[in-house]
Design a protein. Structure first.
Length: 338
């Protein structure tokens, strides 16, 4: 992997860590807002904004779920990155407006007989080209999701939690199925829940998987499973994390849960327990998966190829396991009765 430095793509160590061996996620940088009241240059309009996403990115998935739930896919277009990141980072086969495939992209095909095989390069658009189109001197990591303004030709925001809230609150007049995923009565508990879910679970699996010392690994592992145990306890008595209605907190937790057994359990050594070992948490995962708007954002094979195919420190053989067997379609009526 790498990053942009003054607009130039340079190689760098994708795993950020300190002397203790703890992994730290770099902060997102572009944090502008779309406002329905016209108080910023960005106003909600059908067709004006575009999302650059990747299936094997948890942060992308939460934005895509909200688009689906609110019925905003007619208003905001999206592109999905090729599953195989190369040394230039994320890249796309298709472009938007002036951002079109402009460079030869090396990639690998994969099959369960041959594994990874070098394929013929194809023309593609590197995500870092989107960032330099926004700012020719951009410095930082080039992450997804990215919310692009087609009118002004620049990035609006690359922080998923803020993109989700813009869709909820600023695009409500354009939504075909508007709903409040952060109702006033639950905001305090949603904010509290989001904080510990992000720190110990969403980001926690990466702290476990990318730890560079035994002590850092075990500390992160303990925090992760303490938080999952907390979820299990909460969900024993209510259908969703913050009560009996679907909220933003559930949408933020789902992408981590849906990757946990097929990827994080083995690949990131999060192997104390599987989600399927938790009766309430596994039922909750099935309940969300079976809710319209969630399942269509799930691509387990992309998760495996994206994580295990690129993390050669964690998976030097680059062998992709066929399992585990997952049945998220199994009945979960007990959840709906809560």
């Amino acid at each position: 992997m790498g990053q942009l430095v003054n607009g130039q793509w340079v190689d760098d160590d994708a795993v950020s860590n300190d002397k203790s061996g703890e992994w730290t996620r770099p902060a997102t940088i572009v944090r502008d807002w779309i406002r329905a009241d016209g108080s910023t240059p960005f106003t909600p309009e059908v067709g004006r904004y575009h999302l650059w996403l990747a299936y094997n990115c948890t942060w992308s998935q939460r934005t895509l779920i909200v688009l689906n739930l609110l019925g905003l896919d007619h208003a905001v277009s999206s592109s999905i990155a090729h599953v195989h990141r190369n040394d230039g980072g994320w890249w796309f086969r298709d472009g938007v407006d002036a951002l079109q495939p402009n460079a030869s992209q090396p990639w690998e095909s994969w099959s369960n007989t041959d594994g990874f095989v070098t394929a013929e390069p194809v023309q593609g658009l590197s995500l870092h080209s989107v960032y330099t189109a926004h700012d020719t001197h951009y410095t930082g990591r080039c992450t997804v999701p990215v919310l692009w303004d087609r009118t002004l030709g620049r990035v609006v925001n690359n922080e998923s939690s803020e993109i989700v809230r813009m869709f909820q609150h600023e695009f409500s007049a354009l939504a075909k199925t508007p709903r409040d995923l952060r109702p006033e009565a639950l905001r305090a508990v949603i904010e509290q829940t989001n904080k510990w879910v992000y720190d110990s679970i969403n980001n926690g699996v990466y702290k476990v998987g990318f730890a560079r010392s035994q002590a850092a690994y075990e500390a992160a592992l303990d925090r992760l499973f303490a938080a999952l145990d907390r979820c299990e306890s909460i969900l024993a008595g209510q259908r969703y994390l913050c009560g009996n209605e679907l909220t933003e907190s559930d949408i933020r937790l789902f992408p981590t849960l849906v990757r946990f057994d097929p990827v994080y359990f083995g690949h990131f050594k999060c192997n104390t327990r599987r989600i399927s070992d938790y009766p309430h948490l596994s039922g909750y995962l099935r309940d969300l998966y079976q809710t319209p708007g969630f399942a269509e954002t799930v691509n387990v094979q992309a998760y495996k190829l994206g994580y295990m195919g690129r993390s050669e420190r964690l998976n030097p053989s680059r062998i992709i396991p066929p399992g585990p067997v997952l049945d998220w379609h199994a009945p979960c009526e007990e959840r709906k009765a809560l």
